[in-house]
Ligand binder design. Sequence first.
Ligand SMILES: Nc1ncnc2c1ncn2[C@@H]1O[C@H](COP(=O)(O)OP(=O)(O)O)[C@@H](O)[C@H]1O
Ligand SMILES: [Mg+2]
Length: 264
Amino acid sequence: MIKYFLGTKKEENENKPQEESTGKPVEQHPVIALRNAWKTYRTGAVELTALRRISIHIFAGEFTAIMGSSGSGKSTLMNILGCLDQMDSGSYLLNGTDISSLNQEDLAFIRNQEIGFVFQSFNLLNKLTLQENVELPMIYGAVNRGERTRRALEALDAVWLASWARHRPNEVSGGQIQRAAIARAIVMRPALLMADEPTGNLDSRTSRDIMELFIQLNRSGSTIVLITHEKEISAYANRIIRVEDGEIVLDSFGRDAPKPERDN
Ligand SMILES: Nc1ncnc2c1ncn2[C@@H]1O[C@H](COP(=O)(O)OP(=O)(O)O)[C@@H](O)[C@H]1O
Ligand SMILES: [Mg+2]
């Protein structure tokens, strides 16, 4: 069973104002508030503008797919949203924090605490067991050993891998490796779960399993931004942002998507 992973870390939720009708906490600010982002790559004399005037607001609990063909700027956008790269101009508040004010050390801390990443090529370390891989972000996050073990097993259980904890990546299937990568991404209970083409290397059956897992994580409270060029995969999201040539050309909500008040 998927536990309520993301958002629960913020114990201060309990002190937030509650909406009378639903009892749910009223969100104070978007998880992502990106305004007028521009990014140009310079390679020798060649300049390539990969992002132009991108503005995105994403609120807690949304499941957004960022779509676009190869080269449209999706990974560049993910790297900026994930605080892995800097834009040339624009402003970015992640969960209320102004990213532009942070140094490299602060950025590493924010990434560790606020963001879970799942990449297309799984980035698990082959020398470590699945459990040790899932524990890694907690070592960087200075979580004590007993708590690390407990939370790693809990995260592996959430992706149906509890009994595979002591196996190494080369002893399990591609789908299991990707589920372990998801466990590693959620173990710090980040505000935001980001995935860049997470099913790109998987067969269609395994892709569906992975997408069902994202759906369950989203239903239990996770805010998800998923990058894909595949229409079937984007159908799992309740909001689709389409990027072409570095610009947003479509931002549409699906039927059951929440439509929060937005100011952009
Ligand atoms: N590090 C880089 N240096 C130079 N150009 C880059 C770099 N990364 C990406 N690009 C270029 O920026 C554009 C957007 O790339 P990318 O964000 O990777 O697109 P996508 O993920 O949608 O395929 C492409 O034209 C790509 O060649
Ligand atoms: Mg890409």
